[in-house]
Design a protein around this ligand. Structure first.
Ligand SMILES: *Cc1c(COP(=O)(O)O)cnc(C)c1O
Length: 238
């Protein structure tokens, strides 16, 4: 990239980000919350380190990656002091590499994965922060625990001392109309609220909403949105 290209991409990201932050704020207010109560995860999967860094320069601090290998290459090239979160499917054999890099793992949906995270977190001497991924789409390839199995799953992994269960994560059904999406997110919020009453104070994150549906997700109770293409622009994704 030459300097002109960098300047123009930076400007595009700045405009996109301002737009996203404004929409997050307005959706938060619509749902009776303050803009600061919604966390933004900037999804940098598939984005080069140089362009990811432009988002950092524009103010992004928390990034979401979906592949351990890509994160291993990217994170060392980025400034220190940023936060990285794992939003993609995680294989048990990658847990050892993933844990030291990520402050939150969004995609825990199997006992075996939970057990592996607990084991390696114990070795590191620091609990692993995780979200339980809920399957609200009925599509198996998205992963996630079906709603009906969430309570037993959480009961089962709750006795792992080195897991900190911080909330739930879901990927919206796709394709879906607005009414179906709202309905799915409303059910998710009811599930989340029910669990919140029983879980400790750490259980406070509901990670749902992407570029195509984050406003709606916030209106229906999301506390954390994962946004890639609305910030970086579609065409930069490989
Ligand atoms: C890619 C991805 C996102 C971001 O998607 P955009 O539509 O580009 O905002 C969010 N969550 C997960 C789990 C993803 O894989």
């Amino acid at each position: 990239m030459n300097d002109d290209e960098i300047a123009s991409i930076r400007q595009e990201i700045r405009g996109n980000l301002a737009n996203v932050l404004e929409r997050i704020a307005s959706s938060a207010r619509k749902s009776g919350r303050k803009p600061g109560e919604i966390s933004l995860i900037t999804v940098s999967k598939g984005i080069s380190p140089a362009i990811t860094e432009l988002a950092q320069v524009e103010g992004c601090r928390v990034f979401g990656e979906s592949k351990v290998q890509e994160a291993q290459v990217k994170i060392p090239q980025m400034p220190a002091g940023l936060e990285w979160q794992m939003i993609g499917r995680l294989q048990s054999k990658k847990v050892r590499d993933a844990l030291p890099m990520f402050s939150l793992i969004h995609s825990v949906d199997r006992d075996s994965l939970a057990g592996e995270l607990d084991k390696h977190a114990r070795e590191l001497g620091k609990p692993a922060n995780i979200l339980v991924q809920v399957n609200i789409s009925g599509s198996e390839k998205q992963g996630g625990v079906p709603i009906a199995d969430i309570q037993p799953f959480i009961d089962k992994i709750s006795n792992l001392d080195y897991l900190c269960i911080c909330g739930l994560m879901a990927i919206g059904p796709y394709p879906a109309g607005e009414n179906d999406l709202r309905q799915a997110y409303r059910e998710l919020r009811v599930l989340f609220d029910g669990l919140s009453g029983r879980m400790g104070a750490n259980f406070k994150t509901l990670s749902v909403g992407m570029s195509g549906d984050y406003e709606l997700a916030i209106e229906e109770g999301s506390t954390m949105v994962r946004i890639g293409s609305a910030i970086f622009g579609n065409r930069r994704y490989k």
